[in-house]
Design a protein around this ligand. Structure first.
Ligand code: BF8
Ligand code: SF4
Length: 640
């Protein structure tokens, strides 16, 4: 992406640095800090990426194997070299096995997060932790009903405890199917059953992936990939959906609210506490502790005007959606936040946290506080967080931040001006409310063509794509073409930073979508939550399909992950496509070393599951693919 440097009166060194910042991010706040990092010689992910270049082409193609110690083996894709590993595994087998392990890792991350939420829910229901309560009673009762747990004559706590037990069984279930999958349309369920990919126990699917990819077990690429679909489904319609539901029960189902995003939300005169990672079990408590009168008083004594909590990544999305807590940035902004010099504590739990933060925080006064029994990083202050006494630990953590405020070096502080208002909180329940209690207005808008279709745009940042460039441009193209966008994860934060989550952004939408947004007072891009909340998108899609009497794969809808990087995104891709949604990936997955696997993912899956993947790094071309797909589906439904 070419962007001209502005005509500020600067020397050529600075011009080069500025040009580099423009190439790394489209976000002005991030550019400011990237420039500063460059001037100070502070290393970021982009610098480390450059040092990795050229990246290993065997790794890029997915054709190296370390699954046994006769290896490592690698396949020579072009020359006269080896076409088989020592055991005889071909490129097809190696690529498929590697992909299956990636899906297993992603599904494990989401589902182990879910397990911890359910364990907290159980303790909360059984009175073993005073810090958490049942907040959404209606959701508790409706989920209990879905799980066949009678509520009559029982206390909410009793129902909660029985429901928690039933949910825990979903992880280790040996027979039958995951209960949440029954939310899918019947035609989808039937298809999954015919293909033998209805997920059984969540843990079982993940373990089976590890078993199958052991040396000398599953050596048929198609067979391996079917297990990939099943494992993905155990995430989307299992672990992730459980995480979302139980988090809503404990912390409330999101409703529309206003908030603010980008590095400019960091405060010049307050104590800045960043919560980064994924589990609201931690971040909700930190948000609460930051309002504790005792700590506010301490902050005042330390010369601060208050305590400011801001999120990064998905735990930020969780507290944003439920409390309107501001967000400082998405994945690639985690280091930039520290480089503002204004962060007293970077508090982390699990997932998407760069170990680089250890060395980086060491250059500043920032305390890097790790809290999860599962996750430590270099140079952290360990403050392990457990449900028992959660509030007290949260208070201790915030206190550490407050006590650190006097150590802030004003000479090192550089907080960008940019912050952007946003409207968030669009759970399916909230969307239904906005529509007046029934999905019919949306269905009618889709039928009339005012809303051409729905685009679910999600996922990470990746240094291989200019930060936020893929996200923002794809989403803008879609809304311009009357595609209503639903978003989660780091895409949602990118959209928020670009102003696309404001109702006024409907001015950027095509006439049909603009009119619908104006009538409902909603933005053309609806923030549905964190990455586990992609399960909300599944529920929405299922609801629309059922209302129209079709399968999800018949809907004028598509998915995209323009800047994905995480193994979790691969699991998400597997379940979104298995759910019948065509999905465009913006970065290339490591599968091109096998023609068979590539063809399966991008073509043959269509015959099997009614959807497939495409890879398109250019967001404008990706938008074209999505719009063409949506138009094709409209045609099949007999819509103009
Ligand atoms: O779970 S979008 S970079 S923060 S993996 Fe990570 Fe990717 Fe962001 Fe959330 Ni999701
Ligand atoms: Fe090589 Fe086969 Fe062992 Fe993989 S499993 S390292 S291909 S011998």
């Amino acid at each position: 992406m070419e962007q001209q440097v502005d005509d500020r009166n600067i020397d050529s060194d600075s011009q080069i640095m500025l040009q580099k910042a423009y190439e790394r991010s489209i976000d002005p706040a991030s550019q400011t800090i990237l420039l500063k990092a460059e001037q100070l010689g502070i290393e970021t992910a982009w610098d480390r990426y450059e040092k990795q270049l050229p990246q290993c082409s065997f790794g890029q193609l997915g054709i190296c194997c370390r699954n046994c110690n006769m290896g490592p083996c690698r396949i020579d894709p072009f020359g006269e070299g080896a076409k088989k590993g020592i055991c005889g595994a071909t490129a097809d087998i190696i690529v498929a096995r590697n992909l299956l392990r990636t899906i297993a890792a992603g599904a494990a991350a989401h589902s182990d997060h879910a397990r911890d939420v359910v364990l907290t829910f159980k303790k909360a229901s059984e009175g073993e932790t005073g810090s958490y309560r049942i907040k959404d009673e209606a959701k508790l009762l409706s989920l209990a009903a879905e799980y066949g747990i009678p509520a009559e004559g029982k206390s909410l706590e009793k129902v909660g405890s029985e429901l928690a037990d039933a949910l825990l069984l979903e992880f280790g279930k040996q027979n039958g199917f995951l209960r949440h999958t029954r939310r899918a349309p019947n035609s989808r369920l039937k298809l999954w059953t015919e293909l033998g990919i209805v997920p059984r126990g969540i843990d079982r699917e993940i373990v089976e992936c590890m078993h199958r990819t052991n040396m000398g077990v599953d050596n048929n690429a198609t067979h391996i990939l079917l297990q990939g679909l099943r494992t993905g489904l155990s995430d989307g319609w299992g672990g992730s959906m459980i995480a979302t539901d139980v988090q809503d029960i404990l912390f409330g189902t999101p409703q529309p609210k206003m908030s603010t995003v980008n590095l400019g939300v960091l405060s010049r005169d307050k104590v800045n506490v960043i919560v980064h990672g994924h589990e609201p079990i931690l971040s909700e408590m930190i948000v609460e502790a930051a309002e504790d009168p005792e700590l506010l008083k301490l902050a005042e004594e330390k010369g601060a005007a208050g305590i400011n909590v801001a999120g990064i990544c998905c735990t930020g999305n969780e507290t944003l959606m439920r409390n309107g807590t501001p967000i400082a940035g998405n994945f690639l902004q985690q280091e930039l936040a520290v480089i503002t010099g204004a962060v007293e504590a970077m508090v982390v739990d699990v997932q998407c946290i760069m170990p680089a933060l250890g060395e980086l925080t060491g250059c500043y006064h920032t305390k890097f506080i790790s809290t999860s029994p599962k996750a430590d990083f270099p140079n952290t202050v360990r403050m392990e967080f457990h449900e028992e006494g959660a509030y007290e630990t949260a208070k201790d953590i915030v206190k550490k931040a407050v006590e650190n405020f006097p150590n802030r070096n004003p000479g090192k502080v550089n907080i960008p001006e940019e912050k952007q208002d946003c409207m968030v909180g669009f759970s399916p329940e909230a969307i239904l409310n906005a529509l007046g209690g029934t999905p019919d207005p949306l269905i009618e808008a889709i039928k009339s063509g005012a809303v051409r279709g729905i685009g679910a745009v999600v996922g990470c940042n990746n240094v291989k794509i200019t930060h936020n460039f893929g996200h923002v441009n794809l989403v803008k193209e879609l809304i311009k073409n009357n595609v209503l966008v639903v978003t989660t994860g780091c895409n949602a934060i990118a959209c928020a930073e670009a102003g696309l989550l404001m109702p006024e952004a409907s001015e950027l939408a095509g006439d049909g979508l603009k009119a619908v947004c104006k009538a409902l007072g909603i933005p053309p891009v609806l923030h549905m939550g964190s990455c586990v909340d992609i399960s909300r998108i599944l529920v929405l899609a299922s609801g629309l399909a059922n209302r129209l009497g079709v399968d999800i794969s018949d809907l004028p809808a598509a998915g995209a992950a323009p800047e994905w990087m995480s193994e979790k995104a691969v699991s998400i891709g597997a379940y979104v496509v298995s759910s019948g949604v065509f999905t465009v990936l913006g970065t290339v997955p490591p599968v091109l070393g096998s023609q068979a696997v590539t063809a399966l993912l991008t073509k043959d899956l269509n015959e099997v599951i009614g959807a497939s993947f495409a890879v398109e790094p250019d967001p404008f071309k990706a938008a074209d693919l999505i719009i063409r797909h949506i138009d094709g589906k409209r045609m099949s439904l007999g819509l103009s």
